[in-house]
Design a protein around this ligand. Structure first.
Ligand SMILES: Cc1ncc(COP(=O)(O)O)c(C=O)c1O
Length: 444
């Protein structure tokens, strides 16, 4: 069925070239399982879990039922000075899934809010323990932590920062990027082994420059997702943990993409065996169905904040959102996490990820303009040589051609990423990879 009863005059699309979009709209009107239907009746495979969100596939009855039931029971309740049962229950489930003593969950509504919340916890925590001078944050080049002013400042994707220079947080530095295009252009479900230590600059340059005693936190994505699926060198995250511990610096993992199964484990922290002090999540926690994000904090952060001398009626942490712990979002999260478990979907992500990685390396290596391939978990990226004078255009054109052929893939600069829902079948992987191969050839 085709639906065309909308005008395009008012909706300003996010992170989208709006002028071109109007010429060739891509508008979804329905979704089920692995597929969308567009307003023109085209069936499109969701090759990117709709921005890394839809782990269990679309239109899952247990999640939808939980939402409907919650709407009829408690639609919404103030989040301040009171709460709701679903917020406590969802926090308990999430904390139980998180490693170590990551036990205290602050809810918000998105990955951007989660990043900003984590940065604020870091400042408040250090101040509470008498180290208010620790107010420097360290992010990483090409990192993505959303679009709030905090996340944007610690983020490292140049286009996202370029226009906002004057408004970026002043006390921020960045680690170097973690990609070695010469020795590790092709990474196939493995941890790249670097000959040099990419964290030497943190110890030998960045921390001495600012003085480590002034640094509040380091924030990184375990695997850099939005930039184009860049994997950390072997031992990198463990060493980062060591350095942070040595200097009393908090370590924050932004797990908005790696959280809830993408690497075949609950979190990237589990995959790499490194427990951060805070872990941010969003996206897959509700299967993308309803906005929900959060920060899971180690007990020591919460305990420190509760140790205040202020009278008991005084708020300990002046932060929160009207919709923090929204009962409908939390009901959706519980149904989603239960479904992931019942269907063993994280293990399935790991298993299907091997097929995806194999298909990427077997198909794309040696194709025209392909200069790198990276696969890990249920995500893989193919990197292309940019068109002269037009960075990003080749991948964008490939994305368009794939879409026309019924496959949704994700362009990121000159990288194209596929990260399907965990329910993906081999036949979907074959279709996605073959469609992408045709488009790469066409745009050679
Ligand atoms: C690692 C990471 N952090 C934060 C965000 C921002 O999340 P949101 O778009 O929900 O604000 C994203 C979004 O892609 C992300 O990948």
């Amino acid at each position: 069925m085709a639906y065309n009863d909308f005008s395009m005059d008012n909706h300003w699309l996010p992170f989208t070239p709006n002028r071109h979009f109007r010429k060739e709209p891509r508008v979804f009107v329905a979704a089920e399982g692995m597929h969308f239907t567009t307003h023109e009746g085209l069936q499109v495979i969701d090759g990117i879990s709709s921005l890394w969100c839809v782990g269990a596939g679309h239109a899952r009855a247990p999640i939808n039922e939980a939402i409907k039931k919650q709407l009829d029971t408690l639609d919404y309740a103030t989040a301040f000075q009171a709460s709701n049962d679903k917020a406590f229950q969802a926090a308990e489930m999430i904390a139980a899934m998180a490693p170590g003593d990551l036990n205290k969950v602050l809810f918000c509504n998105s990955g951007s809010e989660a990043a900003d919340t984590a940065l604020k916890v870091a400042l408040a925590y250090h101040r509470a323990r008498g180290e208010g001078h620790r107010n420097i944050f360290i992010g990483r080049e090409k990192g993505y932590h959303g679009v709030g002013f905090g996340g944007m400042s610690v983020g490292g994707i140049p286009a996202n920062r370029k226009v906002y220079g004057a408004a970026l947080l002043p006390r921020v530095d960045h680690l170097r990027f973690i990609h070695d295009p010469v020795n590790h252009a092709y990474i196939h479900n493995e941890e790249p082994v670097w000959n040099e230590d990419p964290l030497l600059e943190l110890e030998n340059r960045i921390l001495p420059l600012h003085d480590a005693s002034n640094v509040a936190a380091v924030i990184v994505e375990p695997v850099a997702g939005s930039a184009g699926w860049y994997l950390p060198p072997k031992g990198y995250l463990a060493r980062l943990r060591e350095i942070c511990d040595k200097h009393g610096i908090l370590l924050i993992f932004d797990e908005v993409i790696t959280g809830f199964g993408r690497l075949g484990t609950n979190f990237g922290a589990d995959f790499y065996g490194v427990v951060p002090d805070m872990l941010t999540f969003a996206k897959c926690v509700t299967n993308g169905v309803i906005p929900l994000g959060g920060v899971i904090c180690r007990d020591k952060l919460y305990d420190q904040m509760m140790k205040t001398d202020a009278p008991e009626h005084v708020v300990e942490f002046f932060h929160g959102y009207t919709y923090s712990g929204h009962p409908v979002a939390c009901a959706a999260a519980m149904a989603t996490l239960t479904l992931y478990k019942q269907e063993n979907l994280f293990a399935r992500a790991a298993e299907m990820g091997k097929l995806l990685g194999d298909a990427f390396h077997a198909t794309f290596k040696g194709m025209p303009n392909v200069i790198g391939i990276r696969s890990l978990g249920l995500a893989a990226a193919v990197e292309l040589a940019p068109l002269a004078g037009a960075p990003g255009k080749r991948a964008y054109n490939i994305f368009l051609d794939c879409f026309r052929a019924g496959s949704l893939v994700r362009p990121a600069g000159d990288v194209v990423v596929i990260a399907p829902p965990y329910i993906v079948e081999k036949s979907h992987i074959d279709t996605l990879v073959n469609t992408l191969a045709d488009a790469i050839r066409k745009n050679a």
